[in-house]
Design a protein around this ligand. Structure first.
Ligand SMILES: Nc1ncnc2c1ncn2[C@@H]1O[C@H](COP(=O)(O)OP(=O)(O)OP(=O)(O)O)[C@@H](O)[C@H]1O
Ligand SMILES: [Mg+2]
Length: 385
């Protein structure tokens, strides 16, 4: 079962929100509604987050990211649609049950994490447990463990103002981790940090995630951050999810020019993997090795390859082998079986411009009714250009 599921979520602020949803379903666009003083902050958002996944929501300011996140933990009630947490409909819970879910199963880490200035670091980290009514001794122990996890062991008795911004942010993360919540909702949690510390926090989150296997929804407006962290990425624009896919999907086949424009500054050589760009092994058959021997089968490919790598290898690691040999790099699975090849020409080609959508858009320019839109294949473009 998916941990979290959003089904056709809408959030409209302003007058007659239900009527606005009907109009949006009928194809009215966001700007028309705005002219009437109504803001469609989230429009028809559907996605699933699997246990242990980091799901990233990316988009420019005002695209609806925070509003979407607040619906996921029930802080905001959707105007239409449902949120399922472990199969349970959050939108149907009583306020009391919702509070219970929110305090025990879901934790939120904000962009500017507000620590209590007159409480020690330990007390700040244990705050979520205090809200849950966990007794003092257990609270302190769990908070201390969480601080240890985020690299703040030894700082328990310090005051927040003795910590740098990055350290304070880590206290926020520790507070979320201490509660044992399965689901972490992180809204621009690292955005206020300077680049080096930010990268460090990303590494730390990935490292923690390997051990703790939480389910994380992470919001950012930074594509590089999205690509480093996200198992799956939703790109939002003007309230809609315009693309849902892996970092590689977004880089290699952006759903539209808007998404493509985001990807221009991304270091493709570090995001793309051998598995994403490899060709069938057969494409190497019939070619010759540097010494002129014909390659006829998988065994020959493996023998001649300047390097043999697993599919998850970032392509930046393929440049050196490809520069020393004209023969393709071999890509193998866990058993050492050949599953693909990366010839030098292919490596160079993928570093060029992204394949902008020359093909007709996935859906007509005029948004189709909701039912039709939802028929778009999961994980593929759901763009309405
Ligand atoms: N409580 C509210 N009342 C009215 N409009 C709102 C409210 N909250 C958000 N909005 C509007 O909804 C839209 C989406 O806002 P939201 O905060 O979700 O964007 P965001 O993607 O998180 O932006 P940022 O990157 O700046 O945090 C904006 O146009 C905003 O003005
Ligand atoms: Mg926001």
């Amino acid at each position: 079962m998916s941990r979290l599921q959003a089904e056709h979520l809408y959030k409209v602020f302003g007058r007659r929100p239900d009527e606005a949803v009907t109009r949006l379903e009928g194809g009215t666009d966001r700007d028309e509604l705005r002219a009437d003083g109504t803001t469609a902050a989230v429009i028809d958002a559907s996605f699933t987050v699997e246990p242990g996944q980091i799901f990233v929501v990316m988009g420019l300011s005002g695209s609806g990211k925070s509003t979407l996140l607040r619906m996921l933990n029930g802080l905001l009630e959707p105007t239409a649609g449902r949120v399922l947490f472990d199969g349970e409909d959050l939108t149907g819970l009583s306020p009391r049950d919702l509070r219970t879910v929110r305090s025990s199963k879901i934790s939120m880490v904000f962009q500017h994490f507000a620590l209590f200035p007159h409480r020690s670091v330990l007390e700040n980290a244990g705050y979520g447990l205090e809200v849950q009514g966990v007794p003092r001794a257990e609270r302190d122990e769990r908070a201390a463990q969480a601080l240890e996890m985020v690299g703040l062991g030894g700082w328990e008795n310090s005051w927040p103002d003795e910590l740098s911004g990055g350290m304070q942010q880590r206290v926020g993360l520790a507070r979320a981790l201490a509660t044992d919540a399965d689901l972490l909702l992180m809204d621009e949690s690292f955005s206020a940090l300077d680049p080096l510390i930010r990268r460090d926090m990303q590494d730390q989150l990935l490292e923690l995630q390997k051990r703790l296997k939480k389910t994380i929804v992470f919001i950012t407006h930074d594509l590089n951050e999205a690509m480093r962290l996200g198992d799956s990425i939703a790109v939002m624009r003007d309230g809609r999810i315009v693309q849902l896919g892996t970092a590689e999907d977004i880089l290699v086949t952006p759903a539209n020019d808007y998404v493509a424009s985001f990807t221009q500054d991304v270091d493709r050589s570090r995001v793309l993997t051998a598995g994403a760009i490899m060709a069938d092994p057969e494409t190497a058959y019939g070619t010759r090795t540097d010494s002129g021997k014909e390659i006829r089968n998988a065994k020959d490919v493996l023998a001649a390859a300047p390097a043999t790598v697993p599919a998850a290898t970032p392509i930046i690691e393929l440049f050196t082998p490809c520069s020393t040999s004209g023969t393709a790099v071999a890509v193998t699975d866990d058993e050492g079986e050949l599953i693909g090849v990366v010839p030098r020409a292919r490596l160079l080609a993928v570093l060029g411009e992204p394949m902008t959508p020359a093909a007709p858009p996935a859906v007509p320019a005029q948004p189709a009714p909701a039912a039709e839109r939802s028929a778009a294949p999961a994980g593929k473009a759901v763009a309405s250009a």
